[in-house]
Structures are given as C-alpha cells and as structure tokens.
Design a protein around this ligand. Structure first.
Ligand code: NAP
Length: 269
C-alpha cells in the first residue's frame, strides 16, 4: 500500500476506506472484508455512529494493530476545550483498540476553533493520539493557525475530486506540510457516468472510479472512497498498476466544475 509520511513523521496509507453510512454487523462485515482485501486505513467519525463496529472489525481481523491506521473525528456538537477532550475519550472507548492514529475536527467551529485545537494539541502532547488534523478547513482558516497553534495539522480532509479540483487549497497545504485527504472522492457516484470519464476509463482498461482515484493520488492527495460491496472494494484498491499520461491528467484537471455534495466550508468563516 502506498504510504505518505505526515509532518510529524508518522506514516499513513494514501488510500483508505470511508465508512459513513455503514452500521452494526453490516459495517463489521464490510470493514473486515476491506482489511482482508488489503485496506489498511479506516476513516470513521463519532457522527457516523459506527466507531464500535470499526474497533470490532480491527480486533477481529487478525491483523496487527500497528498495521492498521484508524481515523476518527470530533462530533460537531462537541464545541469547546473540555467537550473536545470528552469527545476523544468517548471515541477511544467506543473504538476500543488501543489508540487512534488520527483525530480530526469534523467541521470548523464558528466560535470555538481555537479552544478545540488547543484540546487536540493537549491530547497529542500527552501522547494519547498520534496525529491531529482538521476537516473542511479552507485557506483562511488554515492561515489562522499561525496565530494560535503550536502544532500544524497533519491532515486536512476535504471534499475533492476531478469535479472539485481545489488547486489553491492543495498548493497551500503542500506548502505548509499538511496532507490533503479527499472525501467523497467518487462524487458519491454523481459523475461516474460522465462520458469523458468513461472514455478515459476505456482507454486504460479501467473503470471510471479507478480513473478518479488514480487522478487524486497522482496529485499527492490521499483518498477514502466508501463501499460496502466486496467487488467495488477490490476495484477501488486496484489502482496501482497503471498511471495516467500527462495529457489525460491535464484533461481531468479540466473537469473541475465546483461540484459540491456537502456544504462549502467557506460558509463557516
Ligand atoms: N470529513 C467530512 O466532513 C466527510 C464528509 C463526507 C464523507 N467523509 C468520508 O469520506 C468517505 C467517502 O465519501 P462518501 O461516502 O461521501 O462518497 P464516495 O466515496 O465518493 O462515494 C461512495 C458511493 O459510491 C459508491 N461506490 C463506491 N465504489 C464504487 C465504484 N467503484 N463504482 C461505483 N460506485 C461506487 C458507493 O456505493 P457502495 O457502497 O454500494 O459500493 C457509495 O454509494 C465517507 O465514507 C467518510 O468516511 C468525510
């Protein structure tokens, strides 16, 4: 599995499994299948209501804990310093597999961003968490870190795909040593039928989903596609035996249309 080294020296797989919308025994089954197939990064969140299932799948997988990278996130309703610490304790207990690799602020808080980041730093400094980061932070909110942060976020997880090619944000994060990670990397299926994408997929003998994921990784962005279907889990992982030619990369860059499935984080400034 292709890895990236985060700004604190820890490694993170570039491709992982997002698990929003999976619950209970179905989630355990899908995550165990993913681990068997070769996934080593699982992206959950307190909000997804499946942290316990993630922990169970990891424990039952028979794979060493150190080989698996688990991400979870602070629920939006936990605003402030103490509540962020409490949110972490609760997630750690639910996941129950020793430690969390990456803990993220799920959405920027309009009024408590600083205290929440201070709580993340405390958890990190206490050695209770390996890496800390954010989600949905646009450039102006990342710039604020210069005023109040001791630790630069290791990761910024944002909506990102060929149809939402946030090039300025990518360049900014690269400049600051922040690993960008793409959520909804397959546009939740909304552009998989784009004839231009299909034509590219045919050219490479790959699927539209594989082309999108390859494009994302080529840009140095990590991706966490969600699937609870074994065939599609395999498909999404099978992207390391080809590369896109420069002219095809450039063509896909041109697919950008500002497509957003989720809120524009700029609304949180
Ligand atoms: N930080 C945040 O604010 C935030 C927000 C949204 C999402 N996320 C994270 O990002 C992860 C992924 O994003 P997402 O779930 O929104 O969207 P996504 O990964 O772009 O798309 C998932 C959808 O595509 C389908 N799919 C998966 N592989 C496919 C393939 N090869 N061909 C055709 N269809 C395929 C899935 O169906 P099947 O399951 O039936 O295969 C599912 O309906 C989430 O699970 C979550 O972990 C984070």
């Amino acid at each position: 599995m292709l890895q990236t080294t985060l700004n604190n020296g820890h490694s993170m797989p570039m491709l992982g499994l997002g698990v929003s919308g999976m619950y209970g025994a179905d989630a355990v089954r899908a995550i165990r299948s993913a681990l068997t197939i070769g996934y080593r990064l699982i992206d959950t969140a307190a909000m997804y209501d499946n942290e316990a299932a993630v922990g169970r799948a990891v424990r039952e997988s028979g794979i060493g804990r150190a080989e698996i990278f688990v991400t979870t996130k602070v629920k939006d309703t936990y605003q402030g310093y103490d509540s962020t610490i409490r949110a972490f304790e609760e997630s750690l207990n639910r996941i129950n597999c020793g430690y969390i690799d990456l803990y993220l602020l799920h959405w920027p808080s309009r009024s408590h961003r600083r205290e929440m980041w201070r709580a993340m730093e405390t958890l990190h400094q206490q050695g209770r968490i390996r890496s800390i980061g954010v989600c949905n932070y646009p450039i102006p909110l990342l710039e604020e870190f210069q005023d109040y942060a001791d630790i630069v976020p290791a990761v910024n997880q944002v909506e990102f795909s060929p149809y939402l090619y946030s090039e300025d944000l990518l360049r900014y994060c690269q400049g600051q040593g922040i690993q960008l990670q793409a959520y909804s990397p397959l546009t939740q299926g909304k552009r998989l039928d784009d004839p231009r994408l299909i034509a590219t997929a045919i050219k490479y003998g790959k699927t539209p989903a594989q082309i999108m994921l390859r494009w994302i990784l080529h840009h140095g962005v990590s991706a966490i596609p969600k699937s609870n279907n074994v065939r599609r889990l395999r498909e999404n992982l099978d992207i390391f035996d080809f590369d896109l030619l420069p002219e095809d990369l450039a063509r896909l860059d041109g697919f950008h249309e500002g497509l957003r499935i989720f809120d524009d984080p700029m609304n949180y400034i």
